[in-house]
Design a protein around this ligand. Sequence first.
Ligand SMILES: [Fe+2]
Ligand SMILES: [Fe+2]
Length: 150
Amino acid sequence: MNNGMTSEETGRAIKESLQAEHDELHRMVREFRTLAATGTPEVLIGSLDGIVAFCRSHFSHEETALRKHREMGLEKHVASHVRLLEGLFGLRAGAERRDGAFRSALGSWYANMTNHIEQHDRPALERLLVGQTREQAAERRWQNPGPPQG
Ligand SMILES: [Fe+2]
Ligand SMILES: [Fe+2]
């Protein structure tokens, strides 16, 4: 990417936009939980569909950024995204069946999602930023080797 930003700035911008998406996801889940007490199944299914669509797009942004950065252990991270999406499909199927448990089931899905953010996303985003900084330092050394060291 060359849009006038240094690679360090690019790394920070990617990290911040992915973190903003996490904030939005937290907001959507809070909204679902508010609706869960009184909302009709149709309203809740609509809310779940919004969460599914948002997660699909967020996971895809995140995987693209991490793949571009050749993140190690990306397969495990992606597998965890797949499991989270499957969990949402299970919730949605419960809502379709009018299985009353789906109203509270998002709680355990959300615990898994929060764990995912802590265990996979947070460290990966830190590495992305450090990696970009390193890459930029390497670029600078390449362009301006400076006096020999030692
Ligand atoms: Fe993730
Ligand atoms: Fe994420």
